[in-house]
Write a protein that binds this ligand. Structure first.
Ligand code: AMP
Length: 363
């Protein structure tokens, strides 16, 4: 199927009443502050909601309209798209929106104007594209180990699609890699043909910081909006068990995200933080025009050499933005008032309308 025609999206946008825009997204992931922020900036909000999941949006009073669907795949139905267009909707994508609407569908059949760059979403989803962007940017990432036979220090092994779940493990040698692969095969977590897809990289011993940036296309500048760190099961539970008992439990650590907490980084790390944001946005402009447009997140580990090592990115609003629904220490510095990522997104739309530049920030 061919890619969405940008001309068609701009024609739809052209037909919108700019005084009567609705901000719409799927009720999930990081949508609460998107709706709250959009309302604070004077927009109407519409939550697309699977039946039975509407409670938080009703109880927090953040949605003006409820568009109920029976199943997530209905997001890309022609009728639903038309309903959104009739409401002059601009969609704010987030992780669940992308997962449930489907990346292919967003690229080929979802015609509703979106804030951000719909083409960059694939660069987050595919590890090779993500690495290409990061390598070209010249930012520090974990070193890749091309062959299990080359494992001679602690390595992290990741299987595609596992995203921290049961498909990740740590290996200190080739023998340990082989043993753990055998165990996974026995448990049927992987099949024989999956082994070649194992991505092996340097294990970065350090603390986790997920850095939330906002790239303003209108200002041509990266802003640091907030930082969170993650609670992951079972790894964060395991470190609460004494070392002796950890061995007795024999548990294989997994890295399933269960929550986030806000953090600030050592102030002397901030030059590196801005440097990463500047480099990645500059490279993205050339590789995937118009590049990052709006929120994105670099997931990092900081080692004791004080290197900020980026192991993953989100090319849209990341779930960790929920740690600063009322603004973060950093977003406060820019705006002198609490400002969430969702409100920053709505502000960009408002400025785009005011400056008659909305089409630059819509895809
Ligand atoms: P991801 O699915 O890539 O977001 O990773 C899930 C978790 O695995 C991260 O939050 C880290 O705790 C851990 N992790 C991922 N990559 C590495 C690495 N190279 N070194 C150490 N820990 C890692």
């Amino acid at each position: 199927m061919s890619k969405i025609n940008r001309k068609q999206i701009l024609e739809i946008l052209d037909g919108y009443d700019k005084e009567d825009i609705t901000i719409a997204t799927l009720g999930s992931h990081s949508s609460l502050h998107m709706f709250q922020g959009a309302k604070a900036e004077g927009f109407r909000t519409a939550v697309i909601c699977e039946k039975g999941r509407e409670v938080p949006y009703k109880r927090f009073g953040v949605a003006d309209e409820f568009i109920m669907i029976d199943k997530y795949s209905d997001i890309v139905n022609d009728d639903l798209q038309q309903q959104l267009i009739d409401m002059n909707s601009i969609v704010f994508p987030h992780g669940s929106f992308v997962a449930y609407a489907g990346l292919d569908n967003i690229e080929t059949i979802f015609n509703v104007p979106m804030f951000g760059n719909r083409d960059i979403l694939r660069w987050e989803a595919e590890r090779d594209l993500e690495r290409k962007l990061m390598i070209k940017s010249g930012i520090r990432i974990p070193k890749k180990i091309n062959d299990p036979a080359d494992i001679d220090s602690t390595a992290m092994v990741k299987f595609p699609g596992a995203r921290g779940g049961r498909g990740y493990f740590v290996a200190n040698s080739t023998e340990e890699f082989d043993q753990k692969i055998d165990a996974m095969l026995k448990r049927k977590w992987i099949e024989e043909e999956d082994i070649k897809d194992a991505h092996i990289e340097e294990y970065v011993l350090g603390c986790n910081y997920c850095i939330h940036y906002f790239f303003s296309e209108l200002k041509d500048e990266v802003e640091l909006m907030g930082v969170d760190s993650r609670y992951e099961s079972t790894i964060d539970g395991l470190v609460r068990v004494p070392a002796k008992d950890q061995l007795d439990i024999g548990a294989d650590p997994s890295y399933v995200i269960t929550g986030n907490h806000p953090v600030v980084m050592r102030e002397s790390l901030l030059p590196q933080v801005f440097d990463i944001g500047d480099k990645i946005t500059e490279t993205a402009k050339g590789l995937i025009p118009p590049g990052f447009n709006g929120p994105f997140c670099m997931q990092t580990l900081v080692n004791d050499d004080l290197e900020v090592v980026v192991f993953e990115m989100s090319a849209r609003s990341d779930g960790g933005t929920n740690t600063f629904m009322n603004g973060s220490q950093y977003s406060y510095l820019y705006f002198g008032e609490p400002l969430s990522m969702g409100r920053r997104m709505a502000l960009e739309i408002k400025n785009g309308i005011k400056e008659d530049r909305l089409e630059e920030i819509i895809t």
